[in-house]
Write a protein of this length. Sequence first.
Length: 89
Amino acid sequence: MSNVSKTLYKPLALGISILGGMAAGAVFNKVWAQFSDEPDAPNPKDLQRSTREVLAAAALQGLIYGVVKAAIDRAGARGYKAVTHETPE
């Protein structure tokens, strides 16, 4: 990957990453609403919620974030390669 290509890809990757985080948050909120009577995931410092519920929410959020981020990063890299014919690193 050339220096010019790296310079062009970095801001693109940053933007894609931000959008991925926003998408992952939206997906998590919808999934959490299906599993819980509460509209929002529990705050770990909220001692009124059970430890099991807090840890389950954190695990689900991590899983969703990881999958969405990987999918979006992968799609961004493939799109970049389709346009520039260079593999981003």
